[in-house]
Design a protein around this ligand. Sequence first.
Ligand code: 6PG
Length: 633
Amino acid sequence: MSVIKEDIIFIMGVSGVGKSTIGNILSKSLNIPFFDGDDYHPESNVLKMSQGQPLNDDDRIGWLKTLNKLAINQSKNKGCIIVCSALKEFYRDILTVNIQNNSKWVFLHGSFNQITDRINNREGHFMSSDLLKSQFDILEEPKNAIKIDISLTPNKILEVIKKELLKKSEFGLFGLGVMGKSISRNLANKGFDISLFNRHVDGLEEDVAITFKNEFEELSTALPFSDIESFVNSLETPRKIMLMVNAGKIVDYVIEDLLPFLSKGDILIDGGNSNYHKTKERFDYLKSKNIHFIGAGVSGGEEGALKGPSIMPGGSKEEYKYIQPFLEAIAAKDDNNLPCCTHIGTEGSGHFVKMVHNGIEYVEMQLLAEIYTILTKQGNNPNQIATILESWQNTANSYLLEITIDILRKKEGDDWLVNKIMDKAGNKGTGNWTTITTAQLGIPSTMIASALFARYISFYKDERVAADHKFKSDFEAKLNLNNDDLLGAYQFARIINHYQGFRLINQASVSYDWDLNLSELSRIWTNGCIIKSDLMVELVTVFKTTNNLLTSDVIVEKIKSLKPSIKKVVSECVLNELAIPNLSESINFLNSFAVADSSANVIQAQRDYFGAHTYQRKNDESKKFYHTNWKNN
Ligand code: 6PG
């Protein structure tokens, strides 16, 4: 907990626990006003109490509302201390209406006998044990209060309260969408003291942080905020704030909102799917303001974020050390119980690898969709396809295979749900960026581009329906393929996908001088993330000796043994007019790549013909450039 201006500190407990004494000394020590709730009772209550009659709920409600008004007014100034028995939860709810976010509770706690003795020992005071007992009977202990034993001396009590009130959170979470909420709960479950922030938008996002905090037991000590300054001030320095907001312009707005309250050395972590170029820009911008910036890819969806995501932080290694204990504690664990989180490299490297992760993810998804197309064409219903895919788990298991099996089994009424889903695939941009980047860096990650374009084609639903009619023939598909052919083709294409994705990452590592470790990267992708798979586990070892999968003997042997299957599957599908862009791209890539003499000589000649772009000759080791006057034979 931390005390900040505008805070209202309620000190509660049964009569005789010493609330006023403590309230007074705390008020002097913190230099904020003190109000004794007893001074605000209406005359009717005072009369009742003086006659030794306990107050009931109806007697108290008006009084509590008066105190709430007082608290609201004070919250607009310096804040204050209010002492009040506040024995029931609903009394406390009335007291904190509209000020839940800045109310702090101190609960002075003692036994019945202890308090009776205490009161009766005070000169001129007497309290009937019946009256005290009636208070104990209705007391509902607060969950989120600083609970203090009244046997301590007042000075000691003051010390404990101040220590607790001034205690700061270790880590801040900004943005409580689906992922932000899961990460927060994950952090709290690991025992971290956290502060939570969500903006206030009238009618749309109201009391998000406090409502969320109250929903989950593990968040009982978390501090909820909708005011940026208070949120920032509740954090230990250097502050560590993880932004879980949508990628794009909003990240810049949030940075600008936070900046006035941050101090030198604070660390912002962007946990969204941000573009790596923007991450580099933000890194440089914040550096000029003495604020550190870590761009962290986070994979695993809602469940992964809660139970253990794969985390890819990029930025300065020194600053990473400050956030390492938090990120590594919440990350998934690999087979050796090591965290699926590691410092990736400098600048935007964390977001870069997350972007390529998503590109690989697009292909893995597309391949399963293509297999579904083929198996459907062969007359299998979704449940039968799920059974076939289940048999693949022994040799080619992956998270995406697992969820596809679940998806295919899901029924709604008499039909499978998958049959009812509109066949237009969406995307949020990371596949698009990967495709642009692979082109920019000169790496042929053809499968990622093809998986992206397959989604784009799917989006032309109306045109596809029209074209289906236009191009219809009485052609009948007859696929001569068995389960082994399909499994082999699927495994082949997945290897090429991983080759292309990691090749792109390796190129970025060279071009940007990031010194990325592909074995370590594949290790943190063995759990927690969407592309975790048995193949990924194998790659951890393969990448220990090479950065290029197609130079690994083990991989080459696998590809050779799987090649007949992919050739057969692709040929059959093409002959039967089935769309399998990713499967066919995989074998086309290998056919283009594993060939000593390609057709690029013709391209070079054409370029030289119309543009005098020159060409080199095969037999000329000087690598000299030639130009030919092609028209004069
Ligand atoms: C992950 C996912 C996650 C998100 C994708 C969806 O690793 O947890 O990749 O980041 O689900 O970005 O991307 P599309 O909407 O582009 O398919």
